[in-house]
Design a protein around this ligand. Structure first.
Ligand SMILES: [Zn+2]
Length: 487
């Protein structure tokens, strides 16, 4: 049997008062943690796509300061590391990237290592509190084989988060053993979610979503789950200071095979954090900062016992996730189809494709019709504008010699596609044009489910282009967006 949690907090208050503390520690604000992040952000990561080989030298930097354990090896033999920090009575396990393409929190955990290792007067009191009250174990990349390919599943094609019961995959077994061996009081289950989630009823992306997973079908609330809810309520309060309305609550339907649900069932108060999207943050570096703030804030609440003051009502008042976002939402555009003219909204999403450490996108028309209940990261009211197809520039072009302004010139003349003389396929380019080889067929028709390449005309003049799902204002010299197109 584990001692009751309250005993630890009674103990911690005694310790604090024995040290001459009059009252409990004042926890840092979100703004203070935001500044700390600027200082302690790990420079070894600046993009979402990295592999274990990139992570190991960064991990090595902490070998003197923190104790490492190798919990085991992945299917393809990559080590799964655990970093142990702190000697306190309250045990916390944090694990990230059990889905190989969900790396935002992994970056944040390394920022937290830098923070915990450092010494500065502004945060020393907090560091001492964390290290004296908590025993923290971090597993920063549960699925290194998936990370190698930047895919969700492991090398056997198994989704680790549906393998908590069967543990057919070695990585799931390792995570389960980590829980059994340590019996943590608190667990942080760190993931990324679709950037198309908004917070219910408003246009803001659910940049961070949270959940105290259910431990049974009835979604009952016992003390274990309630403590997770309280920690989340505190975390939400902190995040609202800097990203109001950007925090959503993930669906709490019981998933009997998932880790979060089972950790909760096994007696660990489990907090799910899902990193979603934020405007103009394709590499999720701002969202990484929010993870740093949320996790450190939550750890401080746990270490000080201050999470106890929150209620389940505060948790339930967090708006639910909703999936009503597009990358680009064009409203009220006129479409002529034969003799028929009608008005439609066009919802565009840009699907991501891996390209080594980079990615390129494929812009598609993902919905069409009345989208008045949806939102866009970028929205355009196209009242008075009509849809128009692009043309192929037949003459061969060496696209590598094409400047952005020359490409813009072609676009302004109605050319959406250019034929390239250079036939190397698969490279990334940032031109506001679709570059194709002469062998490729060009489909200029615009419709639901098709590619998002078209123009918007006003009184017969081209006004905007949508190139591979990106909105380009044709009145501008250089579009102020980084287009991730692929030749
Ligand atoms: Zn996930």
């Amino acid at each position: 049997m584990r001692p009751h949690l309250c005993q630890f907090f009674i103990l911690s208050i005694i310790i604090l008062s024995a040290c001459g503390e009059e009252k409990s520690i004042t926890l840092p604000t979100a703004m203070q943690l935001e500044q700390a992040h600027e200082r302690y952000k790990e420079p070894g990561f600046d993009k979402r796509r990295f592999v274990q080989k990139d992570m190991l030298p960064v991990l090595q930097k902490h070998a003197d300061a923190f104790k490492f354990e190798i919990l085991g090896n992945s299917v393809e033999g990559r080590e799964i590391y655990q970093v142990n920090i702190g000697e306190g009575p309250v045990k916390v396990l944090l694990w990230s990237q059990m889905h190989g393409d969900e790396s935002t929190a992994t970056m944040a955990l390394f920022d937290i290592f830098n923070f915990l290792k450092a010494e500065d007067s502004a945060f020393n009191e907090m560091r001492t509190l964390l290290k004296e009250q908590l025993s923290m174990k971090f597993i920063p990349m549960v699925n290194p084989d998936g990370a190698e390919r930047f895919i969700r599943r492991n090398a056997l094609g198994i989704d680790l988060n549906r393998d908590a019961l069967r543990t057919a995959s070695i990585e799931a077994k390792i995570l389960k053993n980590a829980q059994t061996d340590f019996s943590p009081h608190f667990g942080f289950n760190l993931h990324d979610q679709s950037r198309y989630y908004n917070t219910q009823g408003n246009r803001h992306p659910a940049t961070i979503s949270v959940l105290a997973p259910a431990y049974n079908e009835e979604r009952e609330i016992n003390e274990v789950r309630l403590n997770a809810m309280k920690v989340i309520a505190g975390m939400n309060k902190l995040l609202q200071q800097i990203v109001p309305q950007h925090v959503g609550k993930y669906n709490d339907a019981f998933e009997p095979r998932a880790f979060g649900d089972n950790f909760q069932k096994w007696g660990t108060s489990t907090i799910l954090i899902e990193s979603g999207g934020f405007p103009e943050d394709p590499e999720k570096q701002y969202i990484r900062k929010l993870n740093f703030i949320a996790i450190l804030g939550a750890l401080s609440e746990i270490a000080s016992g201050q999470y106890e003051k929150y209620s389940q009502d505060e948790y339930f008042s967090i708006p639910d996730n909703e999936s009503r976002l597009f990358d680009l939402l064009i409203k009220n555009v006129k479409v002529e189809s034969g003799d028929y003219t009608y008005t439609t909204d066009i919802g565009v999403r840009r699907n991501e494709n891996n390209l080594g450490r980079e990615h390129y996108v494929t812009g598609v028309v993902s919905d069409w019709g009345d989208l008045s209940t949806f939102f866009g990261y970028v929205e355009l009211d196209a009242e008075g504008l009509s849809l128009s197809e692009g043309k192929l520039y037949e003459k061969r072009v060496d696209h590598e010699k094409l400047s952005i302004s020359e490409a813009m010139e072609l676009l302004k003349q109605g050319y959406m596609w250019v034929n390239a003389t250079n036939k190397r396929k698969g490279e990334l380019h940032h031109l506001p044009l679709m570059v194709v080889t002469p062998e490729e067929s060009v489909d200029s028709e615009v419709n639901m489910g098709g590619k998002a390449n078209f123009f918007l005309k006003k009184e017969g003049q081209l006004r905007y282009a949508v190139v591979n799902g990106y909105l380009v204002d044709l009145m501008e010299e250089n579009p102020d967006i980084l287009l991730q197109n692929r030749f």
